[in-house]
Design a protein around this ligand. Structure first.
Ligand code: BEZ
Length: 192
């Protein structure tokens, strides 16, 4: 398992190169850790993707030798993923590209605000071919890895519990996130 670095690839990306503002769809820590300026934000969703704890975190919630697990998006025809959309200026991407450098690429896709309101926006996705990708595993195994991982940004369990709480506040149903969060809580309750 090894870390990735997607900064250079993202900086070459010229989606919305001439735009003065861009909608960014957030489905992970960008929902609750908002360390960037934005002009406006609204709950939103995207179609045909599921949120999964399949990406390794070697730099934030784990270490190169003991990576944690964080979310990425996986294509799935019938799926819908809820989150938060932020209207930002393109300069903000310099900070975000650095923050999410471990395998995440900016991808253009349709961001929906309602069944009748959508526009083209950007989302960070860690694709399956990136070197930090860990892939699918049983929920109990994912939760165990998360319960016992931590890194420079803190405990991997806090990441999951904060994400589950933020999704709850947005009234977003996500069986995968809530199942992992329940099992992580169970592991933490057993800690001495
Ligand atoms: C997000 O919240 O959208 C996100 C967070 C970390 C990496 C990629 C995306």
């Amino acid at each position: 398992m090894c870390s990735a670095n997607t900064i250079a690839e993202n900086q070459k990306n010229n989606h919305f190169a001439n735009a003065d503002r861009v909608w960014l769809f957030a489905y992970g820590s960008l929902i609750y850790k908002v360390d960037f300026p934005y002009l406006e934000r609204k709950p939103a969703y995207i179609q045909h993707y599921s949120r999964r704890f399949w990406q390794g975190s070697h730099d934030h919630r784990g270490t190169p030798d003991a990576p944690g697990r964080v979310v990425t998006l996986i294509q799935e025809q019938e799926a819908r993923c809820g989150g938060m959309a932020y209207c930002i200026t393109p300069e903000v991407f310099t900070h975000l590209d650095h923050r999410e450098k471990n395998g995440y690429l900016r991808v253009k896709l349709a961001v929906h605000f309602s069944p009748h309101e959508q526009l083209e926006g950007l989302v960070y996705i860690a694709p399956e071919h990136n070197s930090a990708f860990l892939g699918a595993a049983p929920i109990a195994q994912i939760a165990k890895q998360i319960a016992f991982s931590s890194g420079p940004s803190g405990r991997n369990s806090d990441y999951v519990l904060q994400l589950a709480s933020a999704l709850g506040e947005l009234e977003v149903q996500d069986e995968h996130v809530f199942a992992v969060a329940d099992q992580v809580r169970a592991y933490l309750d057993c800690e001495p």
